[in-house]
Design a protein around this ligand. Structure first.
Ligand code: ADP
Length: 223
């Protein structure tokens, strides 16, 4: 369960991007955030993953209050959140497998990951996830050799490598052709159903929201 209470964010420019958001997302629920550009959608999800520090209010993820955590505790809490981005945010020169394993960086120590020595069980799990997203046969290809849809599948597998409690997706299909969008949405739907994950999903597209989401939150002017 993710719970936001009276969440506010004022940027240094003086602008209030969030004006007191209350939102509760039970386990397994998928919620779409929609609304015009500048409404505060990105600010909201950045407050949840704490790329942005809220001005006031609270954020509880499975009982942990996120806004008051020390940096070490915050790093741990971030492992509970899988991020999926519009532009995939892959490391292009690395293989598909290495990109998925990079999702484990929060768990594997820096030097160990730097030397690319991931534990066998992580490698096994990464193969399972690649299978899950239909890319097992591509494990050794470089990320930049794959199509947009395949790259987003890597992004999804990487986000699941953290074994997250919530998936946060920022326009995950808007860079893709419509036919490919449908495949990725089907995959996200399957994941939702099988893994009982909560998801927050920013989208501009109501059809996308209708297919994958249980609930819509409409934002405007930070409300
Ligand atoms: P959305 O994701 O709905 O397009 P944003 O959360 O990006 O909305 O933006 C909400 C408001 O906050 C906008 O008016 C935007 O200009 C402002 N804003 C966003 N990021 C910053 C920032 N880093 N510094 C100052 N203002 C920002």
């Amino acid at each position: 369960m993710l719970q936001l209470n009276n969440l506010k964010k004022q940027y240094d420019t003086g602008e209030w991007a969030l004006k007191g958001i209350d939102l509760e997302i039970p386990n397994g629920q998928v919620i779409a955030l929609i609304g015009p550009s500048g409404a505060g959608k990105s600010t909201l999800i950045r407050c949840v993953n704490r790329l942005v520090k809220p001005t006031s209010g609270t954020i509880h993820l499975k009982g942990t209050e996120l806004t008051s955590l020390s940096s070490g505790a915050l790093r741990k809490a971030r492992r509970k959140m899988g991020m999926i981005f519009q532009e995939y945010a892959l490391v292009e020169r690395l293989t598909v497998m290495e990109n998925v394993l990079s999702g484990r960086l929060g768990y594997v120590g820096f030097w160990r990951s730097y030397l690319r020595k991931f534990p066998d069980k992580d490698v096994k799990e990464a193969f399972r996830l690649l299978d899950r997203v239909g890319l097992q046969h591509m494990a050794d290809k470089r990320a930049d050799e794959l199509s947009g849809g395949q790259r987003q599948r890597i992004g999804i597998a990487r986000s699941l490598a953290l074994k997250p409690e919530i998936l946060i997706a920022d326009e995950p299909v808007s860079a893709l052709d419509v036919s490919i969008q449908a495949q990725i949405l089907d995959l996200l739907e399957e994941i939702r159903d099988q893994m009982n994950l909560s998801m927050i999903f920013i989208t501009h597209d109501l059809r996308v929201a209708a297919q994958v989401c249980d609930r819509l939150a409409v934002m405007r002017y930070g409300e």
